[in-house]
Design a protein around this ligand. Sequence first.
Ligand code: URA
Length: 441
Amino acid sequence: MRMVDIIEKKRDGHALTEQEIAHFIQHYTNGDIPDYQASALLMAIYFRGMTRDETVQLTLAMAHSGMMMDLSDITDYVVDKHSSGGVGDKTTLIVLPLVAACGVPVAKMSGRGLGFTGGTLDKLESIAGYRVSLSDAEFRALAKQHGLVLCGQTGELAPADGKLYALRDVTATVPSLPLIAASIMSKKLAAGANGIVLDVKWGSGAFMHTLEDARALAQLMVNIGADAGRDVVALLSDMNQPLGYAVGNALEVQEAIETLQGGGAPDLREHCLEVAWQMLRLAGRGKQWQDEDETRRMLAAKLANGEAFDRFRTMVEAQGGDVRMVDNPALLPQAQHAHTLYAERGGHVAACEALRVAQASLALGAGREKKGDPVDHAVGVVVHVKVGDKVQQGDRLATVYANSTSSLEEALPLVKAAFTLSDAPTAPLPLFYGVIEATAR
Ligand code: URA
């Protein structure tokens, strides 16, 4: 098989066969196919698209390019979640202990933040000593012992994706729906999940800027899951304003702890309860947790009675983290400067743009511009209002936490520009815009 023929076929708008896709992935991953040919194929896919079958074959080939996790010795049904990335998205820190507190084991590998999107591992590393690098044996032992483990990849999952993603990044081929869907789903399939809840966000702080694009991506991913024999449900959620109040690593851990203790921002809490409910629904496979109202009440109770928090605390301890920081979040890394912005006039909050808050957070050092950059765990932004809130002149809008005056000066105008106040009342933003399940072929 010649790569040039595969490129030509896709260039001319024809569907590739399973063998052609497998050839490309196998030989690109092992270095036989050069970047210039892979780039040409990616660009042809970008313009010509892929059929559902091609996208599934691409996903499966990418998933099988490295280690395929088998967690059947831990549980007979592995349930996982994935967020398409957002601003202030600390959902995993809350949902995993919550689901584990309901007796469903969760063993999850998360990632680091890049650009304006935060990463769960960076947030966890705000807790001194927390080990995100575990061996495969440790990962399995913790999952068995505590029913909960949260770390980085223990082996090379879907290495084809790592290589292709880096190439897409520099060849303007990232925004292709089949390529995005295959990239996300290949990692989930390789991680061994039977059931996956996808949290697909749209808005100024999300990968997808329109609801239509988010819906199309979600549909494609649940279809891939169905064709690959997995149960997948996608939630379409809002990312026009930050999720919850806090943006920044330690600030988000603190907010997650508050939520796990029954408090926290109402939107974050509702968001987490929905994701957790969908995970339980999949894990129950129609036999357990059939009564939705009762299950939702049980989930709320696990937050209120401290069981979810206890699970989080146990996980932190088991992974070497300093639990004094969990018991007393004032011990988490603290920034040197805190500057609060106040409303210059009364009105209704019409926008609290997630992207601007994320840019401010990046300027403060909470995120990384490129892979490998260090992050400052202490800094970030806490917004005090949400879209739809009424404010009086002098009310707090946001507090910016910085470790240098220069970064504070850079961040303040961005945070200020995030807010739009209007004279007319504004409606709160919806948390969710729909649930997507697989469609039959
Ligand atoms: N996230 C991924 O993992 N891959 C993409 O292509 C886009 C977002």
